[in-house]
Ligand binder design. Structure first.
Ligand SMILES: *Cc1c(COP(=O)(O)O)cnc(C)c1O
Length: 425
């Protein structure tokens, strides 16, 4: 059973001030979840050696900025001890703007533009390299930093999942052999601190999957020590923890995942004399996804071969259903208790037939003027927005812990949309 953290009356008041559609995020729930996640991994040791005071130590989730690139939310996450996983120049700038520095930032890029590396090096971010050729590229163009992390693609040694596909078909990371060559090469070029990363799942709800991933990386850490004498300082388990988009699904239990990883750490890392190694993650979706809602008004009801609910939001506000066929739960505000007696397609106004938020969805009877709330839009919602058909990107609101609402991004205007056109003189 999925419920809303606000009442229909609250929404009606809100809509009189901020016209629909908009995304709204709930600060209290974001903070509580971040604390639970951090507490679950409280056993993770500080890394070896002294760390600058500005650098986080022990467990840290580096929030994948692409999920919700809004500095207001990023500031909240930083207050809760998160770092930032950035993949582009602009994401690095956002992290910088809210005061993140140095090893609070993990730079996990691929096919990386020169300008992006320059910015990451300037900020002192941890470079998480995607390809072995980038080690010599860095040496030639800049320098090989003291700390380097490498992204492992286990190929056929690990099964991927539905969204990310088979690892051997994925463009990311080093092969196993390249990894050994890469650490040796980086050490020859001056690196003294090393991290290891992998990310082979997305929106995965099977908790054991994350424990297995940790086991693979822990075994590699032991092998790196044996074959190259290289001692890892940090193991980054990546992101990919899923969320229960569907009411029948259950969330991943952080405590269960953490205790499985801890047991694997003791058997593999501690027993091999490699303790301490920091264990970190870079989740995005599970950090903010469940705490965002797209609020939209019903502007038309249409009856043809099917029954349609027409919203003022479109796939440009949330493309997951149209792009992946993803399920997003829909609640009709004020009709939470009503029987779902009708079957609707819930659509937007794009000239694309996949502009549907839901197909054959059972809902209570809907009328023009109803407010529909689409759940779980706090990750890859607004951030995946686009301007096709001249649609404008919506506002983002924050429901703060004190119960007040703040607009943290204004809606786009047509002036914004046309700002980049070069007009004839
Ligand atoms: C997208 C991404 C993440 C976050 O993934 P989620 O599914 O949002 O947890 C982490 N690391 C990398 C490299 C990514 O590309």
């Amino acid at each position: 059973m999925k419920t809303l953290p606000f009442s229909a009356d609250f929404l009606r008041d809100l809509v009189s001030e901020y016209p629909t559609p908009f995304h709204i995020y709930t600060e209290a729930a974001i903070r509580e979840n971040a604390r639970r996640m951090k507490a679950a991994f409280g056993w993770v040791p500080a890394g070896p050696g002294a760390r600058a005071a500005t650098h986080p130590d022990g467990y840290c989730n580096f929030f994948a900025v692409k999920a919700l690139p809004n500095p207001h939310v990023m500031r909240i996450l930083r207050e809760e001890g998160m770092g930032f996983d950035c993949s582009s120049y602009s994401e690095l700038l956002l992290a910088e703007m809210i005061g993140a520095r140095g090893e609070e930032i993990m730079f996990t890029s691929n096919d990386t533009p020169r300008k992006d590396y320059a910015k990451a090096l300037e900020l002192g971010a941890i470079l998480n390299l995607d390809d072995i050729t980038h080690i010599d590229y860095l040496a030639r163009e800049f320098r090989v930093p003291d700390m380097v992390c490498m992204r492992y693609n286990p190929g056929s040694l690990k099964e991927g999942n539905v969204i990310i596909g088979k690892p051997e078909e994925a463009k990311y990371g080093f092969t196993r052999d390249q990894l050994f060559d890469g650490y040796a090469r980086a050490r020859d070029l001056g690196a003294t601190r090393f991290g290891l990363h992998t990310m082979v799942a997305s929106n995965e709800l099977n908790a054991d999957y994350f424990v297995e991933t940790a086991e693979i990386l822990f075994d590699l850490a032991v092998e790196l020590k044996e074959r190259l004498g290289i001692r890892l300082e940090l193991i980054n388990l990546g992101g990919g923890v899923g969320i229960p988009y569907h009411p029948d699904q259950t969330p991943v239990d952080f405590e269960y995942v953490s205790s499985g990883i801890r047991a694997a750490y003791e058997v593999r890392i501690t027993a091999a004399g490699l303790h301490p190694i920091r264990v970190v993650s870079e989740n995005g979706r599970v950090v903010t996804g469940p705490y965002g809602y797209l609020v939209s008004s019903v502007i038309h009801m249409k009856e043809t071969y099917k029954h349609y609910v027409g919203l003022d939001a479109t796939m440009a506000n949330l493309m997951r259903p149209g792009m992946y066929g993803a399920y997003h739960h829909v609640t009709v505000a004020g009709k939470e208790g009503a029987e779902p007696t009708q079957t609707y397609d819930v659509t937007g106004s794009l000239c694309e037939n996949n502009d549907k938020f839901a197909i054959d969805r059972r809902l209570p009877p809907v009328e023009v003027g109803d407010l529909l709330v689409i759940h779980d839009t706090g990750a890859h919602g607004h951030s995946m927005g686009f301007n096709y058909n001249g649609k404008l990107r919506s506002a983002e609101l924050l429901l703060k812990t004190d119960g007040t609402v703040e607009m943290i991004r204004r809606p786009e205007t047509v002036e914004d949309l046309f700002a980049t056109i070069v007009w004839d003189e």
